[in-house]
Design a protein around this ligand. Structure first.
Ligand SMILES: [Zn+2]
Ligand SMILES: [Zn+2]
Length: 385
């Protein structure tokens, strides 16, 4: 299909000024606007065609290429750019700000924004917020939570319509079902049909003569729904997840709101979270530290056995690689870091006291920190940066 000449589309000549082109486009945009011609495919095509022509002719550089090479110069025959399927409606509407000098008549007269554009107003339910508390194990592996939520749900008696039965719903007599009332006004751009939301039906195009008794015509009632929430591994305190359409139901069969899930962490008995790492404070007897041993420590995945080398110093950090928490949407997993604390006995029997007294002056028991022993901060840096 060969494309029509852009100048012909807007009804202007090649020598027209930018102002004349803009004026011509305004006229076309108003004439073929989809809100004025609901359901009319031919008008919609004309509307798009005019927008495409204006897009090219209002841009000095594109206009020059078009003048020189025709459609081929501006992405022409079925190729990319605006050549193929024409312009996207949202692009067209978003350009109206420029075309109508910052005042887009359709915003106010036709309720230009999103859900209302087709005529009838669609109501949206409110968002619902809930808190979900997770253990460290659930955070590590992800969790499926079934949660009973108290919210507005569609009325079962009337199926959300708010009407007593089918015969008590009729087309709104004020607006004839379009959801909008129109009137003709004179503006600087000529005579224009304007529309506003129908006050009788609030824009939904229907009138209820007899209300549902369960919901008093609201279409929604307070109720409970059990919602299954899949929480990905690696979430953290304060994070918010959103499930669209799981919030409060909307009145008169509109779109339900979203469910916003706020993540909370419950404290673990022995492990502490530091970002994606978990930290465990291991208290070791001074004898085990001196002689070495093997000992069980808790991890998110159960117990793990670790080896304590003879002569282990207090403050040493051991790392269990990959035993920490995953990152959301990533295979990377943090580590478990074991912080060694040497336990000093708080009470001693007289026998124990004797043994230790004998060791007091032994050369091996005198602290001998070496130059190579790292400071606490150096160790922390090494593990957390
Ligand atoms: Zn009802
Ligand atoms: Zn109405």
């Amino acid at each position: 299909m060969s494309k029509r000449d852009y100048y012909d589309i807007l009804g202007v000549s090649k020598g027209s000024s930018a102002d004349e082109i803009k004026k011509a486009y305004r006229k076309m945009a108003i004439k073929y606007h989809p809100d004025k011609n609901p359901g009319d495919k031919a008008s919609e095509d004309k509307f798009k065609e005019a927008a495409e022509a204006y897009e090219i002719l209002s841009n000095a550089e594109k206009k020059q290429r078009y003048d020189q090479y025709g459609h081929a110069g501006v992405g022409g025959a079925g190729g990319g750019g605006y050549g193929g399927g024409g312009m996207n409606m949202d692009d067209i509407f978003s350009n109206f700000g420029d075309v109508f000098g910052g005042h887009n008549p359709f915003e106010s007269f036709f309720g230009g924004g999103g859900q209302q554009r087709g005529g009838r107003r669609v109501t949206k339910g409110t968002n619902l917020r809930i808190k979900v508390k997770l253990t460290l194990e659930e955070i590590a592996h992800g969790a499926e939570k079934k949660i009973k939520v108290n919210k507005l749900i569609a009325c079962k008696t009337c199926d959300g319509s708010g009407a007593k039965d089918k015969s008590s719903v009729s087309t709104c007599s004020t607006c004839g079902g379009s959801g909008q009332v129109r009137r003709v006004t004179n503006t600087i751009l000529g005579q224009m049909q304007t529309a506003s939301t129908c006050p009788t039906c609030n824009g939904n195009g229907e009138q209820i003569t007899s209300k549902c008794t369960s919901c008093h015509g609201e279409g929604v009632v307070r109720g409970e729904e059990t919602i299954t929430i899949n929480i990905p591994a690696g979430v953290s305190e304060g994070m918010q997840l959103s499930m669209s359409g799981k919030g409060n139901a909307a009145q008169n069969g509109g779109i339900p709101g979203d469910l916003i899930i706020l993540i909370e962490e419950s404290a673990h008995e022995t492990l502490k979270r530091e970002g994606n790492n978990v930290v465990y404070d291991l208290h070791l007897s001074f004898v085990d530290a001196a002689l070495g041993t093997s000992i069980e420590v808790p991890t998110i995945d159960g117990k793990a056995k670790i080896k304590i080398e003879p002569g282990t110093q207090s403050g040493k950090l051991l790392r269990l690689k990959g035993k920490g928490l995953p990152e959301v949407n990533s295979y990377h997993r943090g580590d478990e870091i074991i912080h060694i604390n040497i336990w000093t006995p708080k009470a001693l029997s007289s026998d124990e006291r004797d043994v230790l007294e004998n060791l007091r002056d032994s050369a091996n028991f005198k602290p001998q920190p070496g130059k190579n022993d790292k400071s606490f901060f150096e160790r922390m840096k090494e593990y957390f940066e």
